[in-house]
Write a protein that binds this ligand. Structure first.
Ligand code: AMP
Length: 216
């Protein structure tokens, strides 16, 4: 079955990492708005420069920009299943997503809330690095690359994200609680919500995820 899902959860909870694994095991497409925006920022266009400034502060990029990126990607997918990682981040964006999906006659099958404690999050973000080329995420303590500083998958250079600095992380967590956490209740009411405890190792977190997705 072509699963269509949204992954919610605070920054550093491991959404991207467990989404990446599920994408491989179930043949889905991963649409990470953070990665799409980082690609845009790297282009250095006027839009890219504006996006970088906003991301470096830990604030949200405007809905029109993010919505257009997501709509383009979803339309290009055809009948393929997908995981939306990092979108929607507000109730307004969730309403926007419903409209985009209605236009292409699709519906969500599940919304996964990836939960981790503040302690886990701060420790993970402090040792996170990401491939500048393909976006693969590593952790210098728990998920090391085979070769120092180099992506196992594509050989790209591994870099720290500018917005993983402690003062920006604090801001991103506050923004998450205020603007994104209300989506948990929003999707619970729609009977789409599945909660996953992601405080443990990747293997255990994956087992929790598979359990939460039972029947899908
Ligand atoms: P992420 O990689 O998901 O942690 O996203 C990194 C940054 O990209 C966020 O802190 C925001 O600045 C921006 N961003 C990602 N997704 C969205 C979104 N759905 N709406 C607004 N800004 C976003």
């Amino acid at each position: 079955m072509a699963l269509r899902m949204v992954f919610l959860g605070p920054p550093g909870a491991g959404k991207g990492t467990i989404a990446q694994r599920l994408v491989e095991s179930r043949g889905l497409a991963q649409i990470s708005t953070g990665d799409l925006l980082r690609e845009e920022a790297a282009k250095g266009t006027p839009l890219g420069k504006k996006v970088r400034e906003i991301m470096d502060k830990g604030a949200f990029v405007d809905d029109a920009t993010v919505g257009a990126l997501v709509e383009g990607k979803l339309k290009a997918l055809g009948g393929n299943g997908f995981i939306l990682d990092g979108f929607p981040r507000t109730v307004e964006q969730a309403e926007m997503l419903e409209k985009i999906l209605a236009k292409i006659s699709l519906k969500l099958d599940a919304v996964v809330d990836v939960e981790a404690s503040d302690e886990t999050i701060i420790s993970r973000l402090g040792s996170r690095v990401q491939c500048g080329k393909c976006g693969m995420v590593y952790n210098l303590k728990t998920l090391q690359p085979q070769e120092d500083g180099k992506c196992d998958d594509c050989g790209g250079k591994l870099v720290r994200r500018d917005d993983d600095r402690p003062e920006v992380v604090k801001m991103r967590l506050e923004t998450y609680r205020k603007k994104t956490a209300p989506l948990i209740g929003y999707y619970e009411k729609k009977k789409l919500l599945r909660v996953v405890d992601a405080n443990s190792t990747i293997e255990r977190n994956m087992a929790n995820l598979e359990k939460a997705l039972a029947g899908l």
